[in-house]
Design a protein around this ligand. Structure first.
Ligand code: BGC
Length: 452
C-alpha cells in the first residue's frame, strides 16, 4: 500500500473527530416530553429490524452523556458531530418547543465546550417527528417550512455556543430507503412519493440554511452527503445502466441542486413535475463546506423488484470485504475525495468513515478489533494521499464513538471505537480507540509524521 509510506502535511487546524446520531444512541424515547419519531414507529411495525431491536434505550446516552464526553476527551478529539432529535425539542414537529428536550442539548453542548471539544450539530439524522409523517412527512411540501422553523429554534437556542451546523445527514439514503425501497422509516415504496421527498428535502435544506444564517452569528454550514462510486456488479448492459441511474441519484440528486443549482441531467425530467418556479434558487444557498460520509463503493444490478430498477449486488470476487460484507476499497475513498474537490470546490470534512464487526470482549476484558484498525489505517492513508493530491480536506470524523443501534441491523453490528455492553451500559474502549488516540496525538505533535 503506497499510503503506508506516505507523508502528508495536514492543513493547520485539521480536525479529528467522532460522530453519532440521536436515535442511534440517546434512548429515553419517552422521557421529558419527547414525541415519537418515525423510527419509533418503524421499529415496532415494520418487522424489519434484526432481533426486533428498537432505539428505546440504545446507549442510554441521554443519561450518560457526561461519561461519553469524558471518553471523547480521553481520545483527544477536537470535534464531536451529533444530531438533535427533532421530536425531542419539538414533540409535534411544529408549534410548541419542549424546554426539557432543549435543555438536554444545552447540557451536552456545555459539557463538550468545557472539555475543549467543538460541537458539530446536525439537524436531521432521520428521526422525523411522527406527527409530521402523519401529515405526509417529506412528501408534503410544507415539511420544508416546518424544518425551517425547527432550524430557527435550534439556531436561536444554541447559536451563541455552536457555530457548525449540518442541515441533513445522507439525504440520498433516507429518501431512497425510506420512500423508494421500503427499507427504512417511514417504510414507503412509491416512485412518485420518493421523487417528491427528494425535492422537498432539498427545499428544506435551502430554507434551513436561511434560518441558520438569520439566527447564528458566524455560522459555518454544510450538508452531509454519502458519496460512493456506483459500479455495475457485472458487465451486463442492464447492470451498467442501473449503475448509471443509481449514480445520478445517489451522488447527484442532493449536492448538485444544493451546490450547482441544477438536478443531474438524467433526473431533470423526473424532478420537473415536483418543482415550482424559483425552487432551485431557494435550494442553492451558499454554504461553507461539503460534509462527506464514505464507507465503500456500491456494486449495482438491474432489478425488477422496484420502480427504480435498482438492486444492490455484491462486489466481484477478489475485492476484500469487511465482516458486514461491505467492500474495503480505500482507493475509492481517495478518488471520491478528489472528485468532490474538483466538482464542488468547497472545503471537505469527512464526517463519517469506519467499519463494523461482531466485536466481543476477550478473556482479558479487552476488545481487540484489529480488522477495524486495518481498515482505518488504509482509509486514513487514502485520506492523506487525497490531501497530497490537492483535495482541500479539513477534517476527519470516525463513525462511530460508540457501538449503537445500527438501523435495520439492530444492535448486532458494532461500529464503535468504544464497545457498549448493552446489558449493563458499561463502555469499554476498544484497541482501535487507543490506536485513534495515538494517531491524533502524533499528528498534533508533528503534523507531518511518516505513517505506516
Ligand atoms: C449513517 C449512520 C450509519 C452508518 C453505518 C451511515 O449511512 O449516517 O447512521 O450508522 O452509515 O451504516
Amino acid at each position: 500500500m503506497a499510503a503506508g509510506l506516505h507523508r502528508a502535511k495536514l492543513p493547520p487546524g485539521f480536525l479529528w473527530g467522532v460522530s453519532t446520531s440521536s436515535y442511534q444512541i440517546e434512548g429515553a424515547v419517552r422521557e421529558d416530553g419527547r414525541g415519537p419519531s418515525i423510527w419509533d414507529t418503524y421499529c415496532r411495525r415494520s418487522g424489519r429490524i434484526a432481533n426486533g431491536d428498537t432505539g428505546d434505550v440504545a446507549c442510554d446516552h441521554y443519561h450518560r452523556y457526561g461519561e461519553d464526553v469524558g471518553l471523547m476527551h480521553q481520545l483527544g478529539v477536537g470535534a464531536y458531530r451529533f444530531s438533535v432529535a427533532w421530536p425531542r425539542v419539538m414533540p409535534a414537529g411544529r408549534g410548541a418547543a419542549n424546554e426539557a428536550g432543549l435543555a438536554f442539548y444545552d447540557r451536552l453542548i456545555d459539557a463538550l465546550l468545557s472539555a475543549g471539544i467543538e460541537p458539530w450539530l446536525c439537524l436531521y439524522h432521520w428521526d422525523l417527528p411522527q406527527a409530521l409523517d402523519d401529515l405526509g412527512g417529506w412528501t408534503n411540501r410544507d415539511c420544508a417550512l416546518w424544518f425551517a422553523d425547527y432550524a430557527m429554534l435550534i439556531g436561536r437556542r444554541y447559536g451563541d455556543r455552536v457555530k457548525r451546523y449540518a442541515t441533513f445527514n445522507e439525504p440520498s439514503v433516507f429518501t431512497l430507503f425510506g420512500y423508494g425501497l421500503r427499507k427504512a422509516a417511514p417504510g414507503i415504496s412509491d416512485y412518485t412519493q420518493f421523487l417528491r421527498a427528494v425535492h422537498h428535502v432539498n427545499l428544506a435544506h435551502g430554507a434551513a440554511v436561511d434560518s441558520l444564517r438569520a439566527s447564528v452569528a458566524s455560522a459555518s454550514i454544510g450538508a452531509i452527503h454519502n458519496c460512493q462510486p456506483c459500479r455495475a456488479a457485472t458487465r451486463n448492459p442492464d447492470d451498467v445502466l442501473a449503475a448509471q441511474r443509481l449514480d445520478a441519484y445517489w451522488n447527484g440528486a442532493f449536492p448538485d441542486p444544493q451546490l450547482l443549482g441544477r438536478y443531474p441531467a438524467s433526473l431533470a425530467d423526473a424532478m420537473a413535475p415536483h418543482q415550482q418556479p424559483d425552487d432551485l434558487a431557494q435550494i442553492c444557498r451558499p454554504v461553507d463546506w461539503f460534509g462527506l460520509n464514505h464507507y465503500s463503493p456500491h456494486y449495482v444490478t438491474a432489478s425488477t423488484e422496484n420502480a427504480l430498477g435498482i438492486g444492490f449486488g455484491s462486489a466481484p470476487a477478489g475485492v476484500r470485504r469487511s465482516t458486514m460484507g461491505w467492500p474495503v476499497e480505500p482507493d475509492a475513498f481517495r478518488e471520491t475525495l478528489i472528485g468532490i474537490h474538483r466538482r464542488y470546490g468547497l472545503p471537505i470534512y469527512v464526517l463519517e468513515n469506519g467499519t463494523a464487526a461482531h466485536d466481543a470482549i476477550g478473556a482479558d476484558g479487552e476488545v481487540q478489533d484489529q480488522p477495524r484498525i486495518d481498515y482505518l489505517l488504509a482509509y486514513t492513508g487514502s485520506l492523506f494521499e487525497a490531501i497530497s493530491a490537492g483535495a482541500d480536506v479539513r477534517g476527519y470524523f470516525i463513525w462511530s464513538l460508540l457501538d449503537n443501534f445500527e438501523w435495520g441491523s439492530g444492535y448486532g453490528l458494532r461500529f464503535g471505537l468504544v464497545y457498549v455492553d448493552y446489558a449493563t451500559q458499561r463502555r469499554i474502549p476498544k484497541e482501535s480507540f487507543r490506536w485513534y488516540g495515538r494517531l491524533i496525538a502524533a499528528r498534533r505533535l508533528t503534523n507531518a509524521v511518516s505513517w505506516g
